[in-house]
Ligand binder design. Structure first.
Ligand code: BES
Ligand code: MN
Ligand code: ZN
Length: 508
């Protein structure tokens, strides 16, 4: 996570650093600081607005270069729209960052003094803008050694902002409010980094080592190797990895933050297939490179656990990830092979490319045995079929518990990481019955995301459970005001919100 944007909060009276961005509300409503700057510059802002017919519609802006009366190369006046909700403020911060970043200079200032901050105080308004800007600033450039485009004659393109100064009414309170948000952003960045990392650099062992490092945050991290997993009879997970030269791992990350001793554990489970070739049922070549992101569920769980620990969330939570590489080889699982899962149930592997469910089957079972959790939420880049159903806007939600499903849907609306509930039913479950074993790992041509979820449900016993199919959202989802990266870190903010809104206060 190199070059993370440095965010500073300063009083409205501070001298500006770099270009200055001001916010204009509906019908050009300016806050008092912006009005003050307008006066100091002899009405440069309002005159420019009139000249440009600028009415401060959301995401429109005007610019005044080298204004007299203030020490800045440029003033940018940005229409903020209604910005009524938290997500609006994050997006506004992201957009403002992009506006400043598109100009030259390594530093810039946002004057966070809107005429109408909406439902929150000045400090939360400023802190939300800062989070949006921070999320937008992420770029994965680790492996780019040249600063300019190949063969380009011109000087290096702008490297973007390194420092963002936010002027606001209560800078100390804003900086404090930003603390938890920054912890969240670090979780999102960890998830994005892991998803973006190529599979030659990040296999199961390397992934596990990255997670072991998180123990510095107060997380208790345990790495289970193949020997341990064999002793636990995790025959489904191990069958996926057996074609690879690289051994599988399972990692358990525990966070003990609840005040009450009786607080039940919240479990989060992630699919961590560090590369999915499909195995013997191999995928076609086109687009296979994307399967480096088949650990997006595990990355999200890791990012969430980092965020919970860094902001010292008042819950007991455990993140469990099954890490393995799905490769074809002389040792690989064949179509038709029958494997025994940790639960004792047998699975006929009819397609080695339906491997994620095999990984999750054992991790889900282990999570229940070990932690008797209050609920389990699993995340997995599980099926192409979920993208056929929902595209890349919504992730697919499957749940055996209406309350948990409703909480996740609400958290999705609040964070913009939206989920759409899909059905589970006996008739779908029957589609994975097998003549030769307890079940098969594929369910025929139709409803592929649902039969995958039905498969997982066979490994859930008397536990509230939700499964989120993130195949369309964890990677290469639509770029937004707060994410420009291929690996989106999708789900970290969703689950952090689920925890914060529903499980922290109650457990205190
Ligand atoms: N990892 C894939 C699903 C996937 C596809 C994720 C595209 C992200 C983008 C998963 O392991 C898989 O291969 N699923 C198969 C299941 C099928 C064989 C029943 C699929 O969706 O085609
Ligand atoms: Mn697959
Ligand atoms: Zn997969």
């Amino acid at each position: 996570m190199a070059d993370i944007l440095d965010v500073q909060f300063v009083p409205l009276s501070a001298a500006p650093a770099g270009a200055v961005l001001l916010l204009a509300g509906q019908e050009l409503a300016l806050g008092s600081a912006a009005r003050g700057i307008d006066e100091r510059t002899k009405g440069a802002l309002t005159k420019a607005a009139r000249a440009a017919d600028f009415t401060a519609k959301a995401k429109t802006s005007i610019e005044v270069l080298a204004p007299a009366g203030i020490d800045t190369p440029r003033l940018i006046l940005l229409g903020m729209g209604r910005a009524a909700k938290e997500l609006d403020r994050l997006k506004l911060g992201g957009f403002a960052f992009a506006q400043l970043g598109a100009r030259k200079g390594e530093t810039g200032t946002i004057v966070a003094d809107p005429a109408d901050p909406g439902e929150v105080g000045a400090e939360a308004f400023a802190a939300d803008l800062a989070l949006g800007a921070l999320l937008r600033s992420y770029a994965f450039k680790k492996y780019r050694t040249k600063k300019t485009e190949e063969g380009a004659e011109e000087e290096a393109p702008p490297q973007g902002l390194r420092t963002l100064t936010i002027q606001c009414a209560k800078p100390d309170a804003a900086a404090k409010a930003f603390g938890a948000r920054k912890a969240l952003a670090e979780g999102v960045f960890l998830a994005r980094d892991l998803v973006n990392e190529p599979a030659n650099m990040l296999g199961p062992v390397e992934f596990a080592e990255r997670l072991r490092d998180l123990s510095r945050t107060g997380l208790e991290v345990e790495v289970l190797d193949e020997e341990r997993m064999r002793a636990l009879n995790m025959g489904a997970l191990l069958a996926v990895g057996q074609g690879s030269e690289r051994p599988s791992r399972m990692v358990v990350m525990q966070w003990h933050g609840a005040k009450s001793k009786r607080a039940k554990t919240l479990c989060f489970v992630g699919k961590g297939v560090t590369f999915d070739t499909g195995g013997i049922s191999m995928k076609p070549a086109a687009g296979m490179e994307d399967m480096k992101g088949d650990m997006g569920g595990a990355a999200c769980v890791a990012g969430l656990m980092l965020a919970l620990a860094s902001r010292k969330a008042a819950v007991n939570a455990v993140g469990l990830v099954g890490l393995t590489e799905n490769m074809p080889s002389g040792k690989a699982t064949r179509p038709g092979d029958i494997v025994t899962s940790m639960s004792g149930q047998t699975v006929e592997v009819l397609n080695t490319d339906a491997e994620g469910r095999l990984v999750l089957a054992d991790v889900l079972w282990y999570a229940q045995q070990q932690f008797k959790p209050r609920f389990i939420v699993d995340l997995a880049t599980l099926t192409g079929a979920i993208m056929v159903a929902l595209g890349k806007e919504y992730a697919g939600l499957f749940a055996n518990d209406d309350k948990l499903a409703a909480e996740l849907s609400a958290a999705g609306e609040a964070t913009g990481e939206k989920v759409w509930r899909m059905p589970l039913a006996k008739a779908y479950d029957k589609l994975i019955d097998s003549k030769n074993a307890d079940m098969k790992n594929i369910g025929g041509r139709h409803g592929g995301a649902i039969t995958a979820a039905q498969f997982l449900q066979r490994f859930v016993k008397d536990t509230a459970w939700a499964h989120i199919d993130v195949a369309g959202t964890a990677m290469d989802s639509a770029r937004t005001d707060i994410n420009q990266s291929w690996g989106s870190g999708w789900g970290v903010r969703l689950l952090d919100r689920l925890v914060a809104d529903n499980y922290e206060k109650a457990e205190r």
